[in-house]
Design a protein around this ligand. Structure first.
Ligand SMILES: C[S@@+](CC[C@H](N)C(=O)[O-])C[C@H]1O[C@@H](n2cnc3c(N)ncnc32)[C@H](O)[C@@H]1O
Length: 289
């Protein structure tokens, strides 16, 4: 049984960790969120942040080294499936995560009508509870490529199963239909995709919306053009150097700036656009067909 305990960095050197790696196939440490020194040390020893959980009455981050996953980049669905148990506590440990979802979904007009909503990258369904507060009779098509995230959603939303259809696929591979949805929503998901793919996706979303339908996006953004370029360079390097396989989707962050997002949405042909800056996070996009 793997031992899990709060790491005391004074007891560890690179040499100690290397010796542990020879004896164990996986190593897990808990680290306090504010302990940047320990996190930096573990990152350099190829440990990965797997999420957060409650430990001795506090929230700690789970840092793991896994012999079978000793690579820099992880395929998207595996990334989330590996973290499913610690995902919700981790995300809720960010001050603005819940607030941001509440604020975005407040753009959905409250009604008891049976409206249609599409959720791209629904994960464990964090935004669903706020959607159903606004529209208890909505039907939501939930798309995600991570099987375990979807299974958790299905179990957590037992009482809303008649409102939900699960689609276990990549949203790039799914036909969304035409004039079908009142709202299309995506939270914390689209910052892994390059402009070319995002533009195609925005056009597909626009076509799937009814007239006057609304696309709602909550996501991270790059803080400057330089940052957008740097992250993109790292992304292309990963693919060009063979560290990642062509045609496979990896969990690599490549957020765009607010301006880049704005021009993509306009190019996709939405008729009105409101972009709100969410302090310490990114943006909300509210675009009407
Ligand atoms: C950070 S989670 C967000 C989950 C939820 N929306 C939230 O805000 O907590 C991103 C989710 O998007 C999914 N995802 C990323 N790219 C996807 C794609 N191309 N198709 C389907 N799901 C995707 C991942 O599997 C993951 O569950």
């Amino acid at each position: 049984m793997q031992q899990e305990y709060l790491m005391d960095i004074s007891k560890y050197t690179e040499q100690v960790i290397n010796t542990m790696k020879k004896k164990q196939s996986e190593i897990i440490f808990f680290v306090l969120k504010k302990d940047k020194e320990t996190k930096g040390f573990l990152y350099n020893q190829r440990f990965k942040n797997m999420g957060s959980r409650f430990y001795q009455d506090q929230i700690v981050e789970v840092w793991k080294w896994d012999k079978n996953n000793d690579t820099q980049y992880e395929e998207m669905s595996q990334f989330f499936d590996r973290r499913v148990h610690d995902y919700d506590v981790h995300m809720n440990s960010f001050d603005n995560y819940k607030r941001s979802l509440v604020e975005l979904t407040s753009n959905i007009a409250a009604t008891y009508d049976e409206i249609n909503i599409l959720d791209l990258g629904c994960g464990t369904g964090a935004e669903l509870r706020y959607i159903f507060k606004q529209v208890p009779n909505a039907h939501v098509d939930c798309i995600d490529m991570a099987d375990k995230m979807l299974k958790k959603l299905w179990s957590d939303y037992r009482d809303f199963r008649r409102n939900i259809t699960i689609h276990f696929t990549s949203f790039f591979d799914m036909d969304f239909g035409v004039n079908k949805y009142d709202y299309v929503i995506s939270c914390n998901t689209l910052h892994h995709y390059v402009k070319k793919d995002k533009l195609k996706l925005y056009i597909k979303i626009r076509n799937s919306l009814k007239n006057n339908g609304i696309m709602l996006i909550d996501d991270y953004t790059a803080t400057s053009e330089e940052q957008e370029m740097q992250l993109l360079e790292r992304y292309h390097k990963a693919y060009n150097s063979g560290e990642t396989e062509q045609g496979t989707i990896y969990h690599i962050d490549i957020p765009l700036t607010r301006d880049s997002e704005e021009s993509l949405i306009n190019e996709a042909g939405f008729s009105t656009l409101d972009i709100k800056t969410i302090e310490g996070k990114g943006i909300h996009i509210i675009a009407r067909k």
